[in-house]
Design a protein around this ligand. Sequence first.
Ligand code: ZN
Length: 406
Amino acid sequence: MSAVPTTTATELLAAIKDVGTDPARGGYSRHGFDTAELELREWFTAEAGKRGLDVEVDRNGNIWAWWGAPGPDALVTGSHLDSVPGGGAFDGPLGVVSSLAAVDLLRAKGFKPSRPLALMVFAEEEGGRFGVPCLGSRLLTGATTAEAALKLKDSAGDTFADAVKAAGLDPDRIGKDEEALSRIGRFVELHVEQGRGLIDMDAPIGVATSILAHGRWRFRFTGEGNHAGATPMGARRDPMLPASQLILSARWAASSVDGARATVGRLVPTPGGTNVIASSVDVWLDARAPNDGRTRSVVERITAASKQAARDEGCELTVTEESYGDTVHFDAALREEVVAALGKAPALPTGAGHDAGILAAHVPTAMLFVRNPTGVSHAPEEHAEPDDCEAGVEALAKVLEKLAAE
Ligand SMILES: [Zn+2]
């Protein structure tokens, strides 16, 4: 490598600031294998190329950029480039650009890893297009089967199989990839914090302890579509009524279980006309709690209230679990090493899911969080100050330097 580029995380984020902006919602809508995400993947590939990293795309569409030869027991870091609908600029991309900037820092000081080192970009982390979060890492590890994934549909009716094909992947080769997974010795993900933990601790960088148990459920209420003017109130089977009861019960049920959260952020009535009683309504519930038992208990309470409301209105209800992940406790020994590399860093749990949480079931995994002064995430207000972003890059570089030298 003759000319080693040296860039900051902020400069790298600025380079992609116009990709996938969402004028209607604000912020960004970058979803797995859509035009914006494909552009970002190309951008990453080019940036990795400028640094002399060898880029490959695995069978599930995750990108690997190798510093040195690929190999077993690799130290791997990375995150994702996709977003939720109308998401912020940092959730995902901050971890990706920080990995590039950390490589620059390490190169500038002449560091050479003693073990294989790779930067990764995971596919469809948010589930913004196909509904299942961490789809790239779930497929890689086998947490989601190829059979289930290929059938997933986006809002336009395109299947995941169509999308991967359009992106140049082979749908027949999607699925658990032991060979690729077995190369990861340890994994570290840097991510913008998605709460107020580091604000309260007055610290720019923290280390994750655990992720809440969390899942997504689809509730489909079916009633009878009819005319809004011609159908008397007593003759209706309107699925919007039990759907609204679900939303109310989510607030009540989660509030009554310690540490739980339940959210309805998406509801789709069919056919969706102002002067039409809906024939069916799909409502997606996101529920999370510190452990499996409490999460299940919240969902059971909401399901019971929804069933009762559906019966009262003469509607039917089907509930489908679209994804679920139990509580993740990150590897304590690796966390201690990470904290030792940083000198000091507070440890904190998170309510957000991450690819690191999926990988944690297979390899020692750690996460670094960068302070978010708004405490807001999955919204355009999500933020990280340039100084904190650089502190994140320096922290990641220190961690990579320590772990890749071992
Ligand atoms: Zn993320």
